[in-house]
Design a protein around this ligand. Structure first.
Ligand code: SF4
Length: 249
């Protein structure tokens, strides 16, 4: 299988099985998504979703968060990793949104990375989720899954992986491919023991061929993703859509 064929198989598979993949973070506006993504660094989406309702209730927009006191915001995110830094980043981010961007979240990577707490990965998430821009955020799941399957080859850094993925994934599929790879990494191709027996990508996966033999890879099981992963992905998509304001649907 050539690399191009490998990509085609993977994209076709996900297109068929999870066409409406979406972020699992809850949000109702670009500002709220930015807050959630900043909080999600080194933290699970599940944990972030437990904390953001209280934050959004008290600070529904950049204007209100820009006037927040550290001591008022900190208790709301105490249960999240790195609460000190994240509290400072959120307030700094909101202040800069107000002073430089009229209270709105800018939708270019170049502008977003100027904000406190926002790196390239976060900027790619915001622009792809809010605006369907062809920007690939490479987190730990995307990095691992892409390497195992063989979508990336010898990529040593997230940026190297990002460049390889963008080289092969059609521009109009990049924003959804990001979610496909994350969800697959979260529920099937998990870090410690990938659930290869129930994975529909066996036929295209280098890891599977290496560990279970070429013959097995060439005569794979029918492409079936576990019920648990399908339910989780569908629930995420549904939940995310419920939270979307009309203009983002
Ligand atoms: S076959 Fe295994 S290693 Fe390959 S993508 Fe599926 S779960 Fe991951």
């Amino acid at each position: 299988m050539t690399r191009k064929e490998r990509y085609q198989f993977v994209l076709d598979y996900f297109s068929q099985h999870n066409p409406d993949a979406a972020t699992e973070l809850f949000y109702g506006s670009p500002y709220q998504l930015l807050v959630a993504v900043i909080l999600s660094a080194q933290c699970t989406d599940k944990r972030v979703n437990m904390t953001t309702p209280a934050i959004f209730q008290r600070y529904p927009d950049a204007a209100s968060l820009a006037t927040a006191d550290f001591d008022d915001l900190f208790p709301l995110i105490r249960s999240i990793s790195y609460p000190n830094n994240k509290t400072k980043h959120l307030i700094g981010m909101a202040k800069m949104l107000m002073s430089e961007f009229g209270g709105e979240v800018p939708l270019t990577v170049e502008e977003l990375v100027q904000l406190p707490g926002v790196g390239r990965k976060t900027a790619n998430v915001i622009t792809s989720v809010v605006d369907n821009q062809p920007n690939m955020a490479v987190d730990t799941h995307v990095f691992r899954v892409s390497a195992r399957i063989g979508l990336t080859v010898n990529a040593k850094t997230p940026l190297a992986a990002e460049k390889q993925l963008l080289q092969f994934i059609p521009r109009d599929q990049v924003h959804v491919a990001h979610h496909w790879l994350i969800l697959h990494g979260r529920y099937v191709c998990v870090a410690r023991s990938p659930k290869c027996a129930e994975c529909g990508l066996q036929q295209a996966c280098k890891y599977f061929a290496k560990h279970y033999g070429r013959a097995a890879a060439e005569e794979p099981k029918l492409p079936v993703v576990s019920a648990a992963s399908r339910v989780a992905a569908a629930a995420a998509t549904s939940a995310a859509k419920k939270k979307l304001p009309e203009r983002l649907k």
